[in-house]
Design a protein around this ligand. Structure first.
Ligand code: HSE
Length: 307
């Protein structure tokens, strides 16, 4: 194989209660990337469209990952890369993760599928470190494995793929501001009270149980975050209004997507999802802040080969 074009999905990390440990991939939004083998070793970024990203090989999350994999695999070829961003960096939808995960996946295909999804996740985490300073796995694992994932352990890395109830839909609103993950992590508490930890891990258990049993009511009751959301929500204009509009229209729950500013709402079925979309849109229209929205199914497959 000398060429591959892929779709790398946007992802919702944390999913309220699961800070740094839960995530899922979305179907409706993502990046397109092409990888062409070159006789000359190393990585070259030939074109980036859709966002203003660096062409510096060691500072761009995608090229940094490709370089690392090619070196590790001792590859006798190089890669020319193009990236078309389908969504903005700093949106909270795993932009750097889509680039890093897509880079790991595409390079692995040109290498003849040498690495497992777990190994690709580790390579992609390096891209997250390049982009935001932290080797976080929730977004990249969701992009690579697809569906809903749990990062059960970071050391050693263990990713569990969770089931996705068939009627689960996500509605997302991206207020057109940008929040750096680094900044959103800086406002988090260094420690939390034991009683808060109890609430949080009980909700993670509840959410996972709800996913396994198609229990939308349990999913709804468990979509609560008392750790990151209280610290971060002031970074997102009209966060409480979005959340109230979503739940009033029947959403199972709503929260900050990753480090924000995108806010996601989970819904049961298309009819409710459309009503939630409308309700959020109506309330945000009057804020004077530009925004983009989408409705999506959960993406079961993760990264997809286009050609
Ligand atoms: N879990 C991460 C966070 C996702 O909330 O900071 C952002 O990359």
């Amino acid at each position: 194989m000398n060429y591959i074009k892929i779709f790398a999905p946007a992802t919702v990390a944390n999913v309220s209660c699961g800070f740094d440990s839960l995530g899922f991939a979305v179907d409706a939004v993502g990046d397109e990337m092409t990888f062409t083998k070159t006789a000359e070793k190393g990585v070259k970024i030939t074109n980036i469209t859709g966002a203003d990203l660096t062409y510096n090989i060691d500072e761009n999350a995608a090229s940094a990952v490709i370089k690392k994999i090619l070196n590790t695999a001792n590859a006798d070829f190089g890669i020319a890369l193009t990236i078309h961003k389908g969504f903005s960096p700093g949106s909270g939808l795993g932009s750097s993760a889509a680039s890093a995960a897509g880079a790991a996946f595409g390079t692995n295909q040109l290498l003849g599928d040498m690495y497992s999804n777990l190994e690709l996740t580790k390579f992609a985490m390096f891209g997250e470190k390049v982009a935001c300073g932290s080797e976080i796995a929730d977004n990249v694992a969701a992009a690579i494995f697809g569906g809903f994932i749990l990062v059960r352990s970071y050391h050693p890395l263990e990713i569990i793929k969770l089931p996705v109830p068939s009627e689960l839909r996500v509605v997302a609103i991206h207020p057109q501001i940008s929040i750096k993950t680094k900044d959103a992590r800086a406002v988090l508490p260094a420690e939390i009270a034991l009683k808060d930890a109890v609430t949080q891990w009980a909700n993670v258990g509840g959410l996972i149980s709800g996913l396994y049993t198609d229990n939308y009511n349990l999913i709804s009751n468990s979509l609560v975050d008392i750790v990151a959301e209280p610290a971060r929500k002031s970074l997102i204009p009209f966060f409480d209004d979005i959340k109230n509009s979503a739940t009033k229209a029947g959403a199972l729950g709503a929260g900050i997507s990753g480090s924000g500013p995108t806010v996601f709402a989970l819904c049961e079925g298309d009819v409710v999802a459309k009503a939630v979309y409308k309700s959020i849109e109506e309330s945000y229209k009057n804020t004077g802040i530009n925004f983009e929205m989408f409705i999506s199914k959960v993406n079961h497959k993760g990264i997809k080969i286009i050609k």
